[in-house]
Design a protein around this ligand. Structure first.
Ligand code: PMT
Length: 220
């Protein structure tokens, strides 16, 4: 139907940060609020999709009836939740800021502040989007790229390396873009490398533009 072009489709959206525990009281995380991904979940549901929102720790939420939320904390939990939903999904939008590293060992008791310097060994977390790209069957995969420099080069590398259909580039060098703001400034790159730069607008409007681009991809 014209106003519900994604009806009958199932979409996974990842959003928010992950937290990686150091000990029972401390963790590593980043500045993601979840706003961008939640806006995408709502816009996909408005377009008729059944949306599974896999959401890291945040005070943001959605009450959209078309969105089911799965709360997770760590990169590993996000990986497990997303991969279990993946076979049934038609498309995935990865807007989460997943921690790239986690403590190699989680202390089971609070670390005491004896020493002047403390070293914590970190190991890589699973790259969820890379795994999805490697195990792609029929799904459309849309990733994000967040950088502070060399934005286009890194975005195009992720598009190719992670086997994506589209990547949404945003930069912390742009005012009003990235973490926490209610606005964002993005460039959409499709598989053939064509970029479409959008002006600064609300995350809701950015989300609608991304959903329109996804609908175009489906028909391509
Ligand atoms: O949540 P907000 O405050 O609204 O902020 C929005 C945002 C800035 C978090 C969002 O617009 C954004 O850019 N999300 C991606 C942030 C990021 O970690 O980008 P990246 O370039 O490091 O990762 C590339 C892609 O791989 C992303 O789609 C990411 O979700 C995915 N990834 C990364 C690492 C990992 N271990 N698993 C992944 O799936």
């Amino acid at each position: 139907t014209a106003n519900k072009p994604l009806s009958g489709k199932t979409a996974i959206v990842t959003a928010g940060p992950t937290i990686e525990h150091i000990d029972p009281v401390r963790y590593i995380t980043n500045h993601s609020s979840g706003k961008m991904g939640i806006a995408i979940a709502n816009a996909l549901a408005d377009a008729g999709a059944a949306v599974k929102l896999v959401l890291g720790p945040t005070n943001q939420s959605t009450t959209h009836p078309g969105v089911t939320t799965f709360a997770v904390q760590t990169a590993q939990e996000m990986f497990d939740q997303v991969t279990s939903l993946y076979p049934q999904a038609n498309l995935v939008v990865a807007a989460a800021a997943v921690a790239d590293y986690r403590p190699a060992n989680i202390a089971d008791k609070k670390i005491k502040k004896g020493q002047a310097q403390l070293h914590i060994d970190l190991e890589k977390t699973p790259d969820i989007l890379r795994y999805l790209g490697e195990h792609k069957a029929h799904q459309l995969l849309i990733g994000f790229s967040l950088e502070t420099d060399n934005e286009k080069e890194y975005a195009l590398k992720k598009l190719k390396d992670k086997n994506l259909d589209m990547i949404v580039m945003n930069s912390l060098a742009d005012a009003g873009a990235g973490f926490n703001y209610d606005t964002n400034k993005v460039t959409l790159f499709s598989k053939n490398g064509d970029g479409r730069s959008l002006p600064l607008k609300s995350k809701l409007e950015v989300a609608r533009d991304i959903v329109s681009a996804i609908i175009d991809l489906q028909h391509a």
